[in-house]
Design a protein around this ligand. Structure first.
Ligand code: FES
Ligand code: FES
Length: 139
């Protein structure tokens, strides 16, 4: 249907034109993580100042779901407090279990990934960047 098509085009846009691609050079929290089921990997760097995620960049290799999810995640958490970023990670993981949050939170482009919850093999692709972010901000 039209919503699926819209979501698909949002995902492909992030995959082809990734936001926040690259690496933060100085004083960044660095997280490398891979998806054990396929070997795809993400390199995430975060700049956290006074409890706020000032900047986030990612690099890596992976499928369209994992890379677009990383792009959307960095876009969403930039400027957020650490506890807000962790709350969003929690919401995202519940979304991957099939819960609908679109009415309660503005998840921006991340909403395009909600259909992934129907494809168990793809959930690890979508959560890779979020897991890396959770690990990073807890350091
Ligand atoms: Fe990789 Fe669809 S084949 S996300
Ligand atoms: Fe490897 Fe999606 S297939 S992260």
């Amino acid at each position: 249907n039209n919503l699926d098509q819209l979501y698909r085009s949002v995902i492909m846009d992030h995959y082809k034109n990734p936001r926040n691609k690259g690496s933060i050079e100085n004083d960044a929290v660095t997280i490398d993580m891979n998806n054990p089921t396929c070997g795809d990997r993400i390199h995430l760097t975060l700049k956290v100042t006074d409890g706020i995620v000032e900047d986030a960049k990612f690099d890596g290799e992976g499928c369209s779901i994992s890379m677009s999810s990383a792009s959307m995640m960095t876009q969403l958490i930039k400027g957020k407090k650490i506890d807000e970023a962790l709350e969003l990670a929690d919401i995202f993981s519940k979304m991957m279990m099939g819960e609908d949050y679109s009415d309660k939170y503005d998840l921006e482009d991340v909403e395009a990934l909600q259909g992934v919850s129907q494809f168990p093999a793809r959930i690890k692709c979508a959560t890779l960047a979020w897991k890396a972010m959770e690990k990073g901000v807890k350091e």
